[in-house]
Design a protein around this ligand. Sequence first.
Ligand SMILES: O=c1ccn([C@@H]2O[C@H](COP(=O)(O)OP(=O)(O)O[C@H]3O[C@@H](CO)[C@H](O)[C@H]3O)[C@@H](O)[C@H]2O)c(=O)[nH]1
Ligand SMILES: [Mn+2]
Length: 365
Amino acid sequence: MAGGATFSDAKPTPILKDELDIVIPTIRNLDFLEMWRPYFEPYHLIIVQDGDPSRTVRVPDGFDYELFNRNDINRILGPKASCISFKDSACRCFGYLVSKKKYIFTIDDDCFVAKDPSGKEINALEQHVKNLLNPSTPLFFNTLYDPYREGADFVRGYPFSLREGVPTAVSHGLWLNIPDYDAPTQLAKPLERNTRFVDAVLTIPKGTLFPMCGMNLAFNRQLIGPAMYFGLMGDGQPIGRYDDMWAGWCMKVICDHLGYGVKTGLPYIWHSKASNPFVNLKKEYNGIFWQEELIPFFQSAVLTKECTTVQKCYLELSKQVKAKLGKIDPYFLKLADAMVTWVEAWDELNGSGENSSNLTNDPEK
Ligand SMILES: O=c1ccn([C@@H]2O[C@H](COP(=O)(O)OP(=O)(O)O[C@H]3O[C@@H](CO)[C@H](O)[C@H]3O)[C@@H](O)[C@H]2O)c(=O)[nH]1
Ligand SMILES: [Mn+2]
């Protein structure tokens, strides 16, 4: 062909390369990154080292990262460090605080690259970005799942007035192999593994809460960052393994109020490690019965029209936590205060977000 097209052999720039940070909480070495290298190497990592700050975390060569241990958290936040959990994966939210990027992907260090039924490796980061850059449909359920996906669309009867969708704030990925079961379920079904790959992304309808798991999660930090506080857990706290749940409930109430969407489904990661169910039972047991009162609280939480920014919504929620949940346990009074401290720390490091209510509805902007 005369003058045939020429193709440079330059690799395409990884999507959102300079707009996304990968946040990893860890008490281990990070050899797991070797498997993720093709997907993560172009991105900046924020490693939050939990536990003993004098321990050295081994990070494979070639990654661009910042590492923060407890000494760094205390140095950067001063007294406000009290809102960041110690000896619990909830510490990861410090990474959201110090990031300067528009998007966050957080992943646990026992999560590996999964394969789809065809045997192809799943680029979890790429799928999360697709989920975040495409709108959500929380106001009317599309029975053919994600209408913005290649080869799908809105089905007959779907109102055209709603087909623009709303900006997506959170993309909640799932897990093959070890599913995110609570301790009682883990104890009852120790050998159960999740082998079911469901090729779907769903928007969680407005007004519906869900159990958000933090091990394979991405979000638009600019839209919803101040709400992604992983509640006080671990050392000195009467509850554990409910940090991500707490964040998910607060976040969803605020997304519903501000008109943002939350998706769940693809991408899958391979969760390799079943943590000890007996240890988990000790951590979770308060949460297992407290949640029977927490869920109705969030289901009935009302945010007024004065709540025009995420911070204002979050501070209003913390007031309601203090007023209505303190009777369950004094822990919730401490948690309500920690929620305020988190917003203060967020505003100190990132500005008050007064203009965040003027965010465009264009998920690209
Ligand atoms: O004290 C700690 C314990 C762990 N980490 C880091 O946090 C993640 C998760 O740790 P792990 O995989 O051991 O914990 P899981 O029982 O699988 O639970 C996690 O998965 C979700 C719930 O199922 C939720 O994300 C976690 O609770 C790893 O990166 C550890 O290194 C920590 O920082 N501090
Ligand atoms: Mn795990």
